[in-house]
Design a protein around this ligand. Structure first.
Ligand code: NAD
Length: 427
């Protein structure tokens, strides 16, 4: 019997879907039987018939109970997972930090769950990197949203009636989203500058044709962690950065902020006073609004007037470009699932020794197994965390979702999937 993959229709606040006609075709090619919940793709511009045409079956929500593998964009609610069968394997963006009670609920439901956003940023997993695929589109969309609110043209236009000056765009934080925002603003003809605290960003910004602006002191030279992320900066550095930004921002028309520090609230980079110094009609986009915001006064889910500047604080910005975001997310999921299917036997099995599984598996065998969350979840449940994370030492290395794990032999790890690396943006 082929394993059943069920693709859920998300809640009303999520336009994305965890499959595309292309991913359905490829999942089917792996020997999996794909069932799509009716209407799941509509908000991403994919009709049931489009999924059917590439090999899926359309069904009502009730059929999720027979699924072996469940694909979602967001973590299931308690009510949704109540109809999943114990032992089902769920892939989603799980938002695990601070949501340990929900993780404990998934463990209790007997689900094996994977948080796609915990995928390590290593070469082998590039094609599965949902943070990059979605941040890239969010960076693009931030510029589109800004230009929509901006009452002027972005490029310089010399017409018989006079000259329209090019918009000046300042991008703060030059990671995946920021670099795409720079590239997009440049394509629209804006004069672009950018800042970051990581020295590596300087060359990347310059290569996109933007001017790099930063306090380049000794602290700046050591601001990147081994994993490539920014460190929290000292108060002294922040003060110097604020002085530089205050001077620069007053001359800008559009500011787009994307600055994040893993595991911490977003750094506050733009104050009300800085906004007040901008020209009337200026626009600011806070892509970090869901993590506390880079801009003082930005409001999640809202377009607000702060000191005369239109401050855009949309949540789920990738969802505002849902068709593209869903297509890339579906490819990320496919690339991960493909590593779990034996090409010869077409058997789906989770290799607990695989570094990608270790990094992303949240719950398994009735427990929260991820080392970052096991203790907190156990405390909530009034029990003890499993000692050997992510799985108990007695667990077999490979589990099948059909049979008790003990019966399964250890399967060799598959080779990395390289052919989809290009799906994660043109940065
Ligand atoms: P992120 O979302 O964590 O942060 C966004 C940006 O904000 C980063 O560039 C960060 O340096 C910057 N930032 C933080 N504090 C700041 C401050 N006070 N002022 C200005 N800027 C600040 O980062 P990300 O987009 O996820 O990318 C992080 C790194 O990972 C980058 O180096 C990126 O190139 C790298 N990356 C690697 C891979 C891979 O190897 N597979 C994939 C994606 C990203």
């Amino acid at each position: 019997m082929p394993k059943i993959v069920f693709v859920c229709r998300e809640g009303s606040d999520e336009p994305r879907v965890a499959a595309s006609p292309e991913s359905v075709k490829r999942l089917t090619g792996l020997g999996l039987s794909v069932v799509i919940e009716s209407g799941a793709g509509l908000a991403s511009g994919v009709r049931d018939a489009d999924f059917e045409a590439t090999g899926a079956r359309i069904a009502g929500a009730g059929e999720v109970g027979s699924a072996d593998i469940i694909l979602r964009v967001n973590r299931p609610t308690a009510a949704e997972m109540a109809s999943y069968k114990p032992g089902a394997v769920v892939f989603a963006v799980m938002d695990p930090y601070g949501n340990e009670a929900a993780l404990a609920g998934m463990a209790k439901a007997g689900l094996t769950t994977f948080a796609m956003e915990l995928m390590p940023r290593i070469t082998r997993a590039q094609s599965m990197d949902v943070l990059s695929s979605q941040a890239n589109l969010a960076g693009y969309r931030a510029v589109i949203d800004a230009s929509h609110e901006y009452g002027r043209a972005m490029p310089m236009m010399m017409t018989a009636a006079g000259t329209v000056p090019a918009a000046k765009v300042f991008v703060m934080g030059a990671g995946v989203a920021g670099l795409q925002a720079i590239a997009t603003a440049r394509r629209l003809g804006a004069v672009v500058s950018a800042t970051d605290v990581r020295p590596a960003a300087k060359e990347q910004v310059a290569s996109l044709g933007a001017k790099f602006i930063a306090v380049e002191d000794e602290e700046f030279k050591a601001a990147e962690t081994a994993a490539g992320y920014a460190k929290p900066m000292s108060e002294a550095y922040q003060a110097k950065q604020a002085a530089l930004v205050a001077e620069h921002i007053a001359k800008q028309d559009i500011v787009i902020t994307t600055a994040l520090i893993p595991g911490r609230p977003a750094p506050r980079l733009v104050t009300r006073a800085m906004l007040a110094s901008m020209k009337p009609g200026s626009v600011a986009v806070d892509l970090a609004v869901e993590r506390g915001g880079n801009i003082e006064g930005s409001e999640k889910g809202k377009v607000a007037d702060v000191e005369g500047v239109t401050v855009i604080g949309y949540a789920n910005v990738a969802g505002r470009i849902a068709a593209s975001a869903s297509a890339l997310y579906a490819r990320n999921l496919f690339a991960f699932i493909e590593t779990m299917v034996d090409k010869g036997t077409k058997e789906f099995a989770v290799n607990l020794e695989d570094e990608l599984v270790k990094a992303t598996m949240l719950t398994h065998g009735g427990q929260v197994v991820h080392p970052n969350f096991a203790a907190a979840a156990a405390a909530l449940a009034g029990g003890e965390a499993p000692v050997a994370a992510p799985v108990a030492t007695s667990a077999p290395a490979v589990i099948s979702i059909e049979e008790p794990a003990a019966a399964k032999p250890v399967r060799a790890r598959k080779k990395p999937v390289a052919d989809e690396a290009a799906s994660n943006g043109d940065l």
